[in-house]
Design a protein around this ligand. Structure first.
Ligand SMILES: *Cc1c(COP(=O)(O)O)cnc(C)c1O
Length: 429
């Protein structure tokens, strides 16, 4: 594979951008590669600057549920841009998208748009603290909620991938107010939440974890979490930045039938443009300025291009049968993948729910951070490089999800399965 042009750009990038990338996992260090620079993408195919093409299972880390450059999304952005790109005043697209989001997720009575998932989670815990007058935030080991100070405690995604234990630059005083406990462990959860001395404002959770690789919650874990937080007056926040509009139109909360007080959204909601959102019970959201005293603002929030892209995407996923089709395709593909990896004597665990999945190189089931961390990342690196050479674009980390989109057709999925089989044959254990 010729990569001269990417190599040149990466050398230039490193002169001006830390690590040559604007988000750390893109540097591909944990899989022993240099990043490829992308020229364009359409449907499920992504093309680098040297002209290599790949079947894309990253989907920009989640947003591209329709595949790349979906004509309706592109058209909406183009049309909207002709009328100006930012007003700093309300526009009708914000109202339309807010109405659509609240209809898709009935637990959202009110919603505020921001510019990223990080902003959504950061604002949601501020509101929860303002509402309860309490201080502590409970999160779960291996869940990732963006890069705000409070969340960089046993966090997933790039934080695990790079082996960073927390982060320098985050004051100890802040981290002290974040408690991180094991995912899927009901006993520790109950013990922690019942400790009144802890002064807990909220619990934030990825209702399906996607940032330590895909880890599916036990249904009783989510139910117990809901029951305990309701009983104890603790705000329950679902971070559905990945799962919102991914696992169902109404996200994981629809799929599992468990309703949080606040929800954080991102990724799909922006149709590939930078949008995040947080919303929930009106009583809590009314704490947000200007109705209430909790301050949160944004110069580009509700940006017309971003709203138009999000609206166009949500209109497509709202069509009848969208999720049923995606589910059927994902179940077929996941089943075939599981069959292929089972043919080899290499230990693997294949976790999948809906169109998100991870193949862990590990023996025992992966149900939490600790079991995910037992995965053989060296083996994943080999697998990643073989798949890339075969024309399949995976996340450059063991601890991420692979995503299917509506644009993955049978032909490309069959090719990806063939490449998987030949990649496994070449793995050296
Ligand atoms: C990606 C992600 C975030 C952060 O979103 P950004 O837009 O990258 O800031 C937060 N929570 C979860 C669950 C995510 O997957």
């Amino acid at each position: 594979m010729k990569t001269d042009r990417s190599a040149y750009l990466f050398a230039q990038a490193q002169k001006f951008i830390p690590g040559g990338v604007n988000s750390p996992v893109r540097a591909c260090r944990s899989v022993g590669c240099d990043p490829l620079f992308i020229k364009k993408a359409a449907g499920c195919i992504i093309t680098d600057v040297d002209g290599n093409t790949f079947i894309d299972f990253v989907g920009s880390w989640g947003p591209m549920i329709l595949g790349h450059a979906h004509p309706e999304v592109v058209e909406a952005i183009q049309k909207t841009a002709l009328d100006g790109t930012s007003f700093g005043a309300p526009c009708s697209l914000e109202v339309e998208l807010a109405e659509m989001v609240c209809a898709a997720m009935p637990s959202l009575q009110k919603v505020r748009f921001v510019n990223s998932g990080t902003e959504a989670t950061m604002s949601a815990i501020r509101v929860a603290r303002g509402y309860t007058g309490k201080k502590k935030v409970v999160k779960f080991d291996g869940c990732y909620h963006g890069h705000a100070d409070s969340f960089l405690v046993k966090a997933g995604s790039g934080v695990i991938t790079l082996g960073i234990p927390g982060s320098p630059g985050v004051p100890e005083e802040i981290v002290r107010n974040t408690l991180s406990i094991p995912y899927n462990d009901i006993a520790i959860l109950e013990h922690t939440l019942r400790d009144a001395s802890l002064d807990i404002a909220c619990v934030i959770v990825e209702p399906v974890a996607g940032n330590m690789g895909v880890v599916v919650p036990e249904i009783n874990f989510l139910r117990k979490l809901r029951a305990l937080t309701s009983e104890l007056g603790i705000v329950l926040i679902f971070d559905e930045v990945i799962t919102g509009f991914r696992l169902a139109l109404g996200g994981a909360q629809e799929r599992f039938g468990v309703t949080p007080d606040l929800t954080c959204l991102g990724k799909i909601i922006g149709g590939g443009l930078p949008v995040g959102a947080y919303g929930g019970k009106a009583e809590i959201m009314d704490m947000v300025a200007p109705d209430g005293p909790v301050y949160q603002a944004g110069t580009l929030s509700g940006n017309p291009l971003a709203m138009a892209a999000g609206l166009a995407m949500l209109k497509v996923v709202n069509r009848p049968g969208f999720y049923a089709d995606l589910e059927e395709k994902s179940a077929w593909f996941g089943g075939e993948m599981a069959k292929i990896v089972a043919k080899f004597s290499i230990p693997t665990v294949f976790n999948r729910i809906g169109s998100m999945m991870t193949c862990f190189f590990v023996k025992e089931p992966v149900t939490d951070f600790e079991s995910a961390m037992r995965a053989d990342t060296g083996l994943y690196g080999q697998y990643y490089r073989q798949m890339l050479a075969g024309g399949v674009w995976l996340a450059p980390s063991q601890f991420e999800a692979a995503f299917l989109s509506a644009a993955h057709d049978r032909e490309h999925l069959e090719k990806a399965l063939m490449v998987t089989e030949s990649s496994f044959k070449k793995l050296i254990v």
